[in-house]
Design a protein around this ligand. Structure first.
Ligand code: 6PG
Length: 233
């Protein structure tokens, strides 16, 4: 585990390096995106990067169960700044949008099952899902990450689950990847900025080890790098 000072330019530089290495070694770069506000400046800058975008595949670590054009939908927000030049076949969103193309409502549980199937297409046997080349995660003030919230079950076997959680004014029904998937990643980056995160960051990194209470502590890559990008505050 490493702590680096949050810098958009540094993050983009390292991200591009990892992307190019992944494409060179495996012909593809699989990245799992975080929702929330912190990563948005990264996504905006990433859009200008020169990468072989045809080899880059975008996934989401979690999604809220609201329509795509709702401000609470992570895919919808990220699409605005990053995905315009990306081919649809390279965008693998968690389809929680009730108005699915086939018209029927995707309930959170079926959205989770649906996404588990999507992950299977990119699986790295013997796993049923891919080893992400890079996972981006945020940290909530309550210690949650993705949509893994305090007091949620710790030992979850499924790769993708539906959850209901209340955090600030954000949508409650969500679908999230689980540590089973995250921890197989080759590289996991937490992006944490702002004074309001100082206390929880200190607790998660240096305080009581409590996977139930601080889900971000559940993120421990089995065979990968874990970097915390944090600003001075
Ligand atoms: C989400 C994210 C969530 C987020 C944290 C931090 O969908 O909301 O997955 O885990 O990363 O809540 O959000 P901020 O970056 O907005 O503080």
């Amino acid at each position: 585990m490493m702590i680096k000072e949050f810098s958009v330019n540094e993050i983009i530089k390292d991200l591009i390096q990892i992307a190019n290495e992944s494409i060179e070694k495996r012909g593809r770069f699989l990245i799992s995106l975080a929702g929330g506000n912190t990563p948005m400046k990264i996504y905006e800058k990433l859009a200008d990067a020169s990468l072989d975008w045809s080899r880059v595949h975008f996934f989401w670590g979690d999604e809220r169960c609201v329509p795509m054009d709702d401000v609470g939908n992570s895919y919808g927000q990220i699409k605005k700044v990053l995905l315009d030049k990306i081919h649809a076949t390279n965008i693998h969103r968690i389809n929680t949008d009730p108005s699915t193309s086939s018209g029927q409502r995707l309930k959170p549980d079926s959205a989770a099952t649906h996404y588990a199937h999507t992950l299977k297409f990119f699986a790295e046997p013997p796993l049923d899902f891919p080893r992400f080349d890079l996972v981006l995660l945020g940290l909530g003030e309550d210690g949650h990450t993705a949509s893994l919230f305090p007091n949620s079950p710790v030992d979850v076997e499924e790769p993708v689950i539906a959850v209901t959680a209340h955090y600030q004014d954000r949508p409650a029904n969500r679908v999230t990847l689980t540590p089973k998937v995250f921890n197989e990643a080759r590289e996991i980056w937490f992006l944490v900025t702002g004074k309001n995160k100082a206390e929880i960051l200190n607790t998660v990194l240096h305080g009581e080890k409590n996977l139930q209470l601080y889900p971000a502590q559940r993120i421990q890559p089995k065979d990968g790098n874990l970097i915390w990008w944090a600003d001075v505050e």
